[in-house]
Write a protein that binds this ligand. Sequence first.
Ligand code: MSP
Length: 642
Amino acid sequence: MQNKYYLTTPIYYVNAAPHIGHAYTTIVADLVKRFKTMQGYRAVLTTGSDEHGVNVERAAQRAGKTSKEYCDVIAAEFERQWQQLGLKIDHFQRTTSPQHARVVQDLFERCRKNGYIYKGAYTGQYCIHDNLYVNDAKPGDPCPDCGRPTETVTEENFFFKLSGFAERLLDLYDREPKFIQPETRRNEVIAFVKQGLNDLSITRSNIKWGIPVEGEAPHVFYVWFDALSAYMSAVEGEGLWPADLHLIGKEIVRFHAIYWPAFLMAAGIELPKRIFAHGWLLFEESKMSKSRGNIVRPEPIRRVMGVDALRYFLLREVVFGQDGSFSYDALVGRYNSDLANGLGNLASRTLTMIRQYDAGAVPAGVGAPAIAEQARQTVANVTAAFEEFEFSKGLEAVWALLSATDKYIVEQAPWTLLKKGDAGRKALDDTLYTAAEVVRIAAVLLAPVLPESTAKIWAQLGMTEALEAVRVDQLAWGQLPAGQRIGEVAPVFPRIDAKVAIPEMRALEEEEAARQAALLGKTVAPAPAAEVSPHISIDDFAKVDLRVARVLAAEPVKGATKLLKLTIDVAEAEPRTLVAGIAEVYQPEQLIGRKVVIVANLEPRKLRGITSNGMIVAASIEGGKPVLAGFLEDVPVGARLK
Ligand code: MSP
């Protein structure tokens, strides 16, 4: 009987198209699934889309679609994205599926039957953007997550008796120390629960776009009761529950580590085994998120550098569990140093020498004892590290083996050995066997992380068994058959020139952004019949000093979702600072170097503590979205518009 391993990612909100923050969790889940499969488990992965709530209702309205139409488009975009990235997803669960609704209703009925549900009045602050009730907030207080003002709501709802679960939850955390990982998150949750828990309102009567509470119209389930159930509904009847792992980002740890086990305990359902909450991917120093406008999409990276480059970067550069920064420079840097120079170089060098010195057949050599020993250790260390989600540590161990092998090859100097008679021939065979065996072992260990490129290396080594079917738990030194003919040798990681690749990715990023905006119906709508203001004289117009300027730097303004702080060159002695309300449409890096038109003689004014010297000129299209004015011909900075 094959053991099962069931794991999940969050089911993502459909109010934004996927970015590499979402890809991060999903890629790690794919890695864990591949790794577990290679350990002999029947590993099953669920992801999906979280489609209910006011936010989605509103986004759909803005896009001129019904909620369902809107969700269909975005859910399909997420699915497409995961397919393009080659992720091995078994279930893409949508919360709008009828089967999911039944599971949610059933969970509710079980909790109700067991006495954990009652009707009560709720008044409180709510952030519609994050679907978050903000406890202890006063009217007008900002949402702790996104900074937008919360709204006060009062309504009669169904409540879940969360207050009765504090002791049982603390017992659980105590009994199962790995239930919440990493340790920092576990401590946070324990401290929170120790303060005591309030009951939780789990339905809404003022939202239409939700799963109905049977026989209790107009109540619909509130997002978390609905969303968390997707983990179960996705695999209903498959004998996979309980989940072995919920992978999530750290901002939703409370929902997973407190609400979810409490709902399940109340319903008498088995609890998931582990929750691992990773850190945030930052871009330009803040959390990558659609509302901040600082997102990077996976598709341009895949197209220019390949999906393995992204996977490697995310897993090696960021310590899993902690926050980490994304930058194109670091992405290309890591690729060139570790993949092109490290792994790629060792593989192609080894295989080329086997072609050259052994007519393309693996020589019958004896592995160098020190390298063989290090390889054995590496298999054990990588397995242990991956078990504990210490991916960067595991990768470091593989790279230590690769560099020890590089060093060994240099010391052996195979190119000199042929001249040294029989002893030289034997030493050459030993050297090349050792190097090829390291390449094989590295390919197996790295297969979950770099599936595309390790499959290429595998084929070049002449292996015929599917790499994915190799058992990592049976991986041992010396399994490479001598005499095996190697395949066609070609570079797996060609070097990448940052000066070419980065602008290419940036350009594709803009294309992707435009494509996704169009998908959401956010295409530039025809201007509404414009109300033209009364006539002014030419002298009135002449008072407005319109100038061409170039953006030198751009950054988001803390706490303001619409504003960007720009440093611009207007051909004056000093660059100017200007604050522009364009952050929802333009990303800072898109603007750098761009020529814009400004009103240069507008009275300076202070916005969020920053003095804005002038105003940027943009067309205002439907929905109030700005489109920056620009020129088709090249125009010098400082030129006046007349
Ligand atoms: N719909 C809820 C989850 C319900 S699960 C039952 C939700 N959706 S979300 O679209 O906001 O996705 C949040 C998750 O996406 C994070 O928990 C994380 O897995 C991933 N990430 C989104 N942005 C991220 C970063 N900038 N960095 C790291 N992970 C990110 O919350």
